[in-house]
Design a protein. Structure first.
Length: 229
């Protein structure tokens, strides 16, 4: 898989994409990540990529030309499954979307900034628009890092315990059950007996019940239309 990220602040993506599972996935060749500085595609002598908004609104707008040039530069070399735009007014990003994106060969992520991009970019070049939550970040870079991270960990071979990604929260529409490690008794704080029983079927049943209970308590919205009361 190849992920191209277009941004005005490439440095913001250095940290999240150079450690741990993402770093190893890159080293193993499971994913190539290329971060592009949008200013490199500006024809302006000051490398400007924004301009004033028509209509007298406050705030700057990301201009069409550098973005169009950056995207064309990439699409002239290979075809892309999606051209994603990160913005607080995009569709909600979730695990299902991550699962879908993990099947793609090539994706572009354009990080939104300022007041956003000229709407014509969204109308003509963007195929998906994602928000990672109902709050406003200083830019779309952290959202691009979140999307990239969530997709990479799903690539076969990215996580050493192969079943691990399948048992994550949200994979079956439920939150994950609680987990415990040694010691079984820490100063009187005990691990539930059932987990020490060695009875695989009962343990699975317990985990499922715990998942349901957690989801009911913390995220009842996930169960809407699923449970019969
Ligand atoms: N850019 C600013 N806020 C954002 C958000 N919540 N999701 C995606 N991109 C953003």
């Amino acid at each position: 898989m190849r992920i191209d990220i277009i941004t005005v602040i490439p440095q913001l993506l250095d940290g999240p994409l150079t450690h741990s599972i993402v770093k190893r996935a890159r080293e193993k060749g499971l994913v190539e990540i290329h971060v592009h500085d949008l200013r490199d595609f500006s024809l302006d002598k000051h490398r400007r990529v924004d301009d004033y908004a028509f209509g007298g609104d406050a705030g700057m707008v990301m201009a069409i030309e550098p973005i169009q040039r950056a995207i064309s530069h990439l699409t002239s070399q290979r075809s892309y499954d999606e051209v994603i735009y990160t913005s607080p007014d995009g569709n909600s990003y979730n695990q299902q979307e991550a699962n879908r994106l993990a099947l793609a060969d090539n994706i572009i992520i354009l990080c939104g900034h300022y007041k956003g991009v000229d709407q014509r970019i969204r109308d003509h070049l963007i195929t998906r628009e994602f928000s990672i939550g109902d709050y406003v970040l200083t830019g779309g870079e952290l959202a691009a890092a979140v999307i990239t991270d969530s997709v990479i960990r799903l690539l076969p071979g990215a996580i050493s315990d192969e079943t691990s990604a399948l048992t994550d929260s949200f994979q079956d529409g439920l939150l994950a059950p609680p987990v415990y490690t040694r010691p079984a008794d820490y100063q009187g704080w005990k691990v539930p007996e059932i987990l020490l029983s060695g009875h695989a079927a009962k343990i699975d049943q317990w985990k499922h019940e715990q998942s349901l209970e957690r989801t009911r308590k913390l995220r009842p919205d996930l169960l809407e239309g699923k449970e019969e009361d």
